[in-house]
Write a protein that binds this ligand. Structure first.
Ligand SMILES: Cc1cc2nc3c(=O)[nH]c(=O)nc-3n(C[C@H](O)[C@H](O)[C@H](O)COP(=O)(O)O)c2cc1C
Length: 188
């Protein structure tokens, strides 16, 4: 049997009660056979600064880049701020896009998901995020999409996904993402 896919989950939010962190936890629980999702917290990734980078990646950045490199694919759960990608998420991608020829995001399969209390479920934020992955030369899965709208109604107070339709939607998404990632993982 093929080895389980190692997927790195990254939420573009730092807050403990984040809906997007909760969505990733649900993804880790609902992952299909043959897929393991480990979640990386961006709390220790500082703001990008070329001077700091020139002196050597800070530990939080080095850990993030190493975790991406060790994964078969990255699953990004993005919030949407002012119709765009939150700085926390974009900043992490900026660090992981460097140095350009050896960046851990280069050639990496990526999936985008997102949750917001609004009606569009991060559609605009995800769209913007997709553009960044053109420059990083990452393989961003085109379809299906996973947009969790009115997300505050779909998780309980502990951040557990309680909406059955969303759970099924997430499971279908993960099966498709597994198929996408396997296209880029050498058969072994
Ligand atoms: C500065 C700011 C801007 C926001 N802009 C949007 C927006 O454009 N679209 C949207 O659906 N929600 C917007 N929201 C609401 C977020 O979707 C909501 O706070 C969400 O819970 C954030 O994700 P998290 O729960 O993972 O932290 C905004 C929130 C903040 C703090």
């Amino acid at each position: 049997m093929a080895e389980a896919l190692r997927i790195l989950g990254v939420a573009g939010s730092l807050r403990a009660g984040s809906l997007n962190k909760a969505l990733l936890r649900a993804a880790a629980e609902l992952a299909p056979d043959g897929m393991e999702i480990e979640v990386f917290d961006l709390a220790e990734v500082p703001l990008y600064n070329g001077d700091v980078e020139a002196a050597g990646d800070p530990p939080g950045v080095a850990a993030f880049k190493q975790a991406i490199a060790a994964s078969d694919g990255v699953l990004m759960a993005t919030p949407e701020y002012n119709h765009g990608v939150p700085g926390v998420m974009k900043n992490a991608i900026d660090w992981a896009s460097r140095p350009p020829r050896e960046a851990p995001l280069g050639g990496k399969p990526v999936g985008l998901i997102g949750a917001s209390p609004g009606q569009t479920g991060t559609a605009r934020g995800q769209s913007q995020l997709r553009q960044a992955f053109e420059f990083t030369n990452s393989y961003c899965m085109p379809q299906p999409e996973l947009l969790v709208f009115r997300a505050h109604e779909k998780f309980d107070g502990d951040g557990t996904l309680t909406d059955e339709a969303t759970a099924q939607y997430l499971q279908r998404y993960l099966v498709a993402f597994g198929g996408w990632v396997r296209r880029f993982v050498p058969a072994g």
